[in-house]
Design a protein around this ligand. Structure first.
Ligand code: PMP
Length: 358
């Protein structure tokens, strides 16, 4: 049955006019169809996933989950408290770190306010700012991809500052001094995204106990290998956590399965650490094979390409290797790709395909 047009002019919010959909890494299914390559021959190194997946305890835990019941987050919060060393009143959870960011944006961003974003970086900060009707102010990193604390804290009317360390896509980490310089010179809430911190030398999460305006966001999607289940959390000052619980969706948007998986994964953090170790070793090998790769503190490399990144990414796709063309990152220019560190076999496939191009 067709839908009869009633000539309605939809009352969409004007903020939507300024938005483009979030650009994610390409998926195996779409590439298999588009390039007629069997799915099992495709190597996916475009979305910074962990090729080793989660602890085997996760599969076991989710197999006995009562699917007819709503989730209970108590045990998960307890597990996160033990894992982070923070008390439960300073921890919140959400549907991936994306969900955590979404709820936090409701606490701080609205029309007439702005956010400061250190670019190039994860694009969802800008999307959420615009969606709230606020103004994103994009502050470029320097030529070594370091943040600029003075400019970040000098933005008029800003109520949030977004930092990402290690940064997606540039792969470098900010120092404690740099983050301190931001936090101590602003009344805005500073969000420090530590999605990739398990692959880095150091976390700055302990700073949350010293500052009233610092939130550290984390995810179970990367080192813990649970990207498919959408589970994230943040450590934040207790009064901010109280407000978060008011603005969050019911059950924080979690499912019984994501809660059970999160608890099981946290109980076997040793498995996560072993997979991180393998990824670090492979990262070192890739860097030594690729002179154009800078140092990385994440599970991916940021590579400058001689040819336009769109051509390089496309040529790799034709060989069944998915990498991220970084043109969609504001400020990354036209000559960068981002490559996730995979298993040894996956990385060899990438190296072979990449060398064929260069
Ligand atoms: N922050 C950064 C820097 C990311 O790269 C990503 C994932 N691409 C996220 C947050 C979102 O992670 P999650 O899967 O937990 O929503």
């Amino acid at each position: 049955m067709g839908c009869r047009s009633l000539g309605i002019s939809y009352r969409f919010r004007p903020a939507l006019d300024k938005l483009k959909p979030y650009v994610a890494g390409r998926g195996i299914g779409e590439i298999a169809r588009q390039y007629s390559i069997p799915a099992d021959k495709i190597v996916k190194l475009g979305s910074n996933e962990n090729p080793y997946g989660p602890s085997p305890g996760v599969k076991e835990a989710i197999s006995s989950v009562p699917l007819h019941l709503y989730p209970e987050t108590d045990e998960l919060l307890q597990a996160l408290a033990s894992y982070t060393g923070f008390s439960r009143d300073m921890i919140v959870v959400g549907t991936g770190m994306d969900g955590v960011l979404d709820t936090l944006s409701r606490l701080f961003l609205e029309e007439g306010r702005s956010s400061a974003i250190s670019t190039p970086t994860f694009s969802y900060y800008e999307i959420l700012t615009r969606l709230a009707g606020a103004k994103p102010v994009l502050i470029p990193r320097d030529e070594d991809f370091r943040i600029d604390p003075d400019s970040l804290t000098g933005v008029d009317g800003s109520s949030m500052i977004f930092l990402c360390s290690p940064n997606n896509p540039t792969s470098n980490a900010s120092t404690e001094e740099e983050v301190r310089a931001v936090v101590e010179s602003t009344g805005a809430m500073v969000f420090l995204d530590e999605a990739y911190v398990d692959f880095a030398k150091k976390s700055l999460i302990s700073m949350v106990s010293r500052y009233d305006n610092l939130i550290v966001g984390r995810t179970m999607s990367k080192a813990f290998g649970l990207a498919g289940l959408r589970l994230g959390y943040a450590v934040l000052p207790a009064p901010v956590a109280d407000q978060y619980r008011r603005a969050a969706p019911p059950f924080f948007g979690l499912s019984t399965i994501s809660v059970a998986a999160g608890v099981a994964a946290l109980q076997d953090a040793a498995y996560m650490r072993r997979s991180v170790e393998k990824i670090r070793k492979e990262r070192q090998r890739l860097i030594s094979e690729l002179p154009e790769a800078g140092p990385s503190q994440a599970n991916f490399l940021y590579l400058e390409t001689d040819r336009p990144s769109s051509e390089v990414a496309e040529a790799l796709l034709r060989q069944g290797v998915i990498v991220r063309d970084c043109r969609s990152f504001w400020g990354a220019g036209e000559n960068h790709i981002r490559v996730t560190v995979g298993t040894r076999e996956q990385n060899d496939r990438f190296l072979e395909a990449y060398r064929r191009l260069c």
